[in-house]
Design a protein. Structure first.
Length: 321
């Protein structure tokens, strides 16, 4: 199948849907920075970053007019999607100043399950044959996004903008929740309160502890495994005590599976084993409470309906032809 990367495409002038939603999120968080200016550590730099992102977005729109083709369209959208790696840790700069809520979620977990599934799971199955597949599934999160995005770009280009809009908008909705619902997850909270408290089912409030403490202890599992070390290395570099509820790993991967199903049953079948491992791994490596993952799964279906409606409402005609 010929990709025709540089074939000229008919497109409406102006911003793509994914660029518009990025600018809206940019504006909303900029306003929030101004409200919290005195309490935040990097207010000026965060505002400068946002101005640069907005400027880059309009520059890319202008450059695209010089050569409107599939490749240049892909570059515009791919850049906006790549910025998610900036927007994710950015949520921590907000929620670190609010009182942490892990004690509420850990207590709810204790009440619902009479214990902590995140602790049971890894302690009962520390073996390599369990740890490595789960860590492989967890690490496969970003490759899964890449695979589905590229599949739509190659085989369903007419739906490529819709796909990108659904994914990026869903990420932003999760990020807004993370800003105002500061939950770090077991991998941060349990070390902060100590193993004895966890074993006894005592979950004290720790206030703004994570405003000044970001230590992430090594995860459970077979610590000599290849995928264990990949996940551990990536978390030590990019993880922050934020974004636990609901699990965006489960939510976004569920959205990807919905779109894979709608696009190609074969693609869905190929991704499904990794999806199951990923969902289980969120609890196994103690990145999330079980309720985080359950709500992540349920929320994905609601997000797909709402965000798809938003896209159709705002863009009755396809951007690409």
């Amino acid at each position: 199948m010929a990709l025709d990367l540089f074939k000229k495409v008919e497109t409406r002038k102006g911003l793509f849907a994914v660029e518009k939603i990025t600018l809206i999120y940019n504006l909303l968080t900029s306003i929030l920075i101004l409200f919290l200016f005195q309490e935040m550590d990097h207010s000026v730099q965060m505002l400068i970053d946002r101005a640069m992102i907005a400027g880059m977005t309009f520059l890319l729109m202008y450059l695209y007019r010089l050569a409107p083709c599939k490749f240049s369209a892909f570059v515009r959208i791919a850049i906006q999607m790549s910025l998610l790696s900036y927007w994710y840790p950015d949520t921590f700069e907000f929620n670190r100043i609010f009182p942490n809520l892990d004690h509420v979620f850990a207590s709810a977990e204790q009440w619902l399950f009479n214990g902590q599934p995140a602790v049971w799971f890894c302690l009962r199955f520390p073996q390599m044959w369990v740890s490595e597949p789960f860590n492989m599934g967890y690490f496969f999160y970003y490759p899964m996004i890449l695979i589905v995005v590229l599949w739509y770009f190659i085989y369903r280009f007419q739906y490529f903008e819709k796909l990108s809009f659904v994914l990026v908008t869903s990420f932003f909705i999760y990020y807004l929740i993370y800003i105002f619902v500061p939950v770090a997850g077991p991998q941060f909270y349990f070390p902060a309160i100590g193993d004895d408290n966890v074993a006894q089912g005592v979950f004290p409030s720790i206030g703004d502890y994570f405003n000044h403490n970001q230590e992430l202890l090594p995860g459970p599992g077979y610590d000599h495994g290849f995928f264990y070390n990949l996940v551990e290395g990536s978390q030590q570099i990019g993880e922050r005590p934020t974004a636990a509820f609901p699990s965006s790993h489960v939510g976004i991967s569920t959205l990807l599976m919905i779109m894979a199903w709608r696009g190609s049953r074969r693609l869905f079948a190929c991704l499904f084993p990794f999806y199951i491992l990923l969902c289980c791994a969120t609890v196994y490596i103690q990145a999330h409470y079980l309720i985080d993952s359950i709500v992540g799964f349920i929320s994905a279906f609601g997000l797909y309906v709402v965000v798809t409606w938003m896209f159709k409402r705002w863009f009755a005609q396809p951007m690409f032809k």
